[in-house]
Design a protein around this ligand. Sequence first.
Ligand code: MF3
Ligand code: CO
Ligand code: CO
Length: 251
Amino acid sequence: MIKIKSSAEIQKMLKANEIAAQALSFAGRSIKAGMSTYELDKLIHDFIVGKGAIPSSLGYCGFKGSACISVNEELIHGVPSKKKIIREGDIVSVDLTTLFDGWQGDNARTFKVGAVSPEAERLLKVTEEALYKGIEQAVPGNRIGDISNAVQTYVEANGYHVVRKYIGHGIGTEMHEDPEVPNFGKPGRGPRLVPGMTICIEPMVNSTTPEVNVLGDKWTVVEANGNLSAHFEHCIAITNDKPLIMTLESH
Ligand code: MF3
Ligand code: CO
Ligand code: CO
């Protein structure tokens, strides 16, 4: 069931999402070569708590971290670890969720650590642009499939692959609500978009295959060929007008 939010509810969600965006920006500023993903996670935890919010990924289905931190071929759900050291030239995906006043915020971005390879640069650029291609379609009258297809078309036109096994989602008082928001599909299909719908659009893009594997820790999802992957996510609201990107640091 898709829950349509009132404008008062959207206002509350904005706060949770602003904190999520601030925390993500803080994470980007905090990443340094030589630090472990565990250390980065602790910084993110303290930042979110310092804003009066709850890092809602912590303990979610048993997840041991306040953020998912995924390095290079790791796509999503990287478990923060003292053994995972971030190096110059890595790409680091941070995906974090915040609970504030009963409402969830959720966003992700793949950061560069110092200078990265031209392939990494292009992958990040295409994945972020694919997110905005999806957001452009998030207008009343369109359907979820229009978002999905815009993301897929752009990613594949650039020679990359969208992951099928993991998808975007509705969001509200729960981190994951209806509808499903895949990064692949046909235009004109799926639920119709109406004002008050709040969804996370989150292209997950692999360099060389749509396939993924899950590591022995049961969480970390990796590009099946061991090549680079990237993840960008915004939480948006459908309005009567343009899509409202809720995961901005201020409004
Ligand atoms: N933030 C993720 C999403 O975009 C979900 C987090 S999984 C968790 O849907 F286990 F870390 F919570
Ligand atoms: Co997320
Ligand atoms: Co999400």
